[in-house]
Design a protein around this ligand. Structure first.
Ligand code: FAD
Length: 407
């Protein structure tokens, strides 16, 4: 949508560009609709350095795109077209209305104003080229599922990734690109939960832990260490910390078993925590161990902590040995789990991998292999952390592709 608007706006000195937007769904923006839990985290208002540092893959490729259309330009576009925005925690930008549908409606309004012709229920089957034998050189249009051939001077592929496929992103663009000689790097789910091995993890399902520190190791090697929020599920672990970990870790690591520890009391050192335990035990000398730790964790964790502590639950706290207490402190500071791979594309917020960026001109988004063919958005081998950065990639590359094609 953003690329189509930019293409329609781009002035090549020969009058208005005629732009067709082909969408296979019955409506536009099905994925946009579910973004930000239905609120659409449009972009991130941090400065450029932060935008780049939140791009996980191929940040350098985005240099021209981010400068051609930065976050402020995106915000201005929506504000100018009647959508008020607000900035929340972490500089995340949302519509004031909290409705992603208003973002889509704004784009639709501008598409109409710019006279972009939108064709719904229109699925592209393949791209058409002149010189249909390698080297394929010029794009000449597209062929639809029903065999109709639509001629075009330029084609922009904005088909998205391979996740949440019910929204329409079924990876068609990867096929289009491959058919025309492009390389598509391995695609993998990202910003996605993890499976875990231990049965006690599923016992904790539904429990969310705030202000914890998660560390992930490959053997002894520390791969990830962040503070924040996590969630236990019926299959393993999720929540912001784990989604971010899935994006930050290299695919060679997410494919193998990794050990993870959760520091349940990151604000306290082991010594401070031990003192606190001692204090609690002294105040309730004759209490049984199982009845003395309720104040330390959410209720759902207590049975699991008792089990993992190895301390007899009925034991009186004044009979607990120093060794037992210190090993309990260690358990609280490093609650253990084993990660066993990522959940699949159906739950992945984004797709890692895509059309190889070395084969795309970063200043225009045009293919280096096929003239007049452009790529933008998640179909490219670009991905970022949560916080509005993935949509910023889509807006920036969409703007640059549309503007370049339009000119
Ligand atoms: C649950 C969820 C929440 C998210 N929340 C956020 C968020 O708050 N902030 C953020 O920055 N990012 C978020 N993202 C990521 C963001 O939505 C995507 O990165 C972004 O939508 C990618 O834009 P795109 O235009 O490249 O692809 P898409 O938005 O996937 O659009 C591709 C379009 O192409 C159409 N299409 C595909 N193939 C064909 C074909 N052959 N013919 C015709 N049409 C076709 C599809 O139907 C679809 O409408 C979220 C993703 C998910 C799944």
């Amino acid at each position: 949508m953003f690329a189509a608007i930019a293409a329609a706006e781009a002035d090549d000195g020969a009058g208005e560009n005629e732009v067709l937007l082909l969408e296979k769904n019955e409506k536009l923006g099905k994925k946009l609709y579910i973004t930000g839990k239905g609120r659409c985290n449009i972009t991130n208002a941090s400065d450029m350095e932060v935008l780049f540092s939140n791009v996980v893959t191929n940040a350098k490729f985005l240099y021209s795109a981010f400068y051609a259309c930065d976050n402020q330009r995106v915000i201005d576009f929506f504000e100018k077209n009647g959508l008020n925005t607000k900035v929340e925690r972490g500089n995340r930008v949302f519509p004031v209305s909290d409705h992603s549908s208003d973002v889509i409606a704004t784009l639709q309004k501008v598409l109409k104003e710019k006279k972009v012709k939108v064709m719904l229920h229109t699925e592209v089957k393949s791209l058409l080229c002149e010189n249909a034998f390698p080297p394929m050189e010029y794009i000449t249009g597209v062929e639809l599922m029903d065999g109709t051939r639509l001629p075009a001077d330029k084609v922009i592929v904005a088909t998205g990734g391979f996740s949440y496929q019910t929204t329409g992103s079924t990876g068609d663009g990867y096929r289009f690109a491959r058919e025309l000689g492009h390389t598509v790097t391995d695609i993998r789910p990202s910003l996605v939960p993890f499976y875990t091995v231990e049965p006690y993890v599923t016992q904790l399902q539904g429990l969310s832990l705030k202000n914890v520190e998660v560390r992930i190791y490959d053997g002894k090697k520390l791969l990830y260490d962040e503070f924040g929020e996590m969630l236990f599920t019926h299959f393993g672990v999720s929540g912001p910390l784990l989604l971010s970990a899935s994006a930050a870790l290299k695919p060679k690591f997410t494919e193998k078993k990794l050990s993870m520890t959760v520091d349940l009391k990151p604000a306290l050192s082991e010594e401070q925590l031990d003192k606190r335990l001692l204090r609690e035990f002294e105040e309730a000398k004759n209490k049984q161990f199982k009845n003395s730790i309720g104040g330390l964790f959410p209720a759902k964790m207590v049975p699991v902590m008792l089990e993992l502590s190895g301390i007899e639950p009925e034991k009186k706290v004044n009979e607990i040995t120093r060794e037992e207490r210190l090993s309990f402190v260690k358990l609280i500071k490093a609650f253990p789990m084993t990660l066993n791979g990522l959940r699949d594309f159906n739950e992945a917020i984004i797709t890692k991998g895509g059309v190889k960026v070395k084969e795309v001109n970063p200043s225009t988004m045009e293919s280096k292999l096929v003239k007049n063919l452009y790529f933008c958005g998640e179909v490219l081998d670009l991905d970022a952390m949560t916080g509005g950065y993935n949509l910023q990639i889509a807006w920036s590359t969409g703007y640059l592709a549309g503007n370049s094609a339009g000119q």
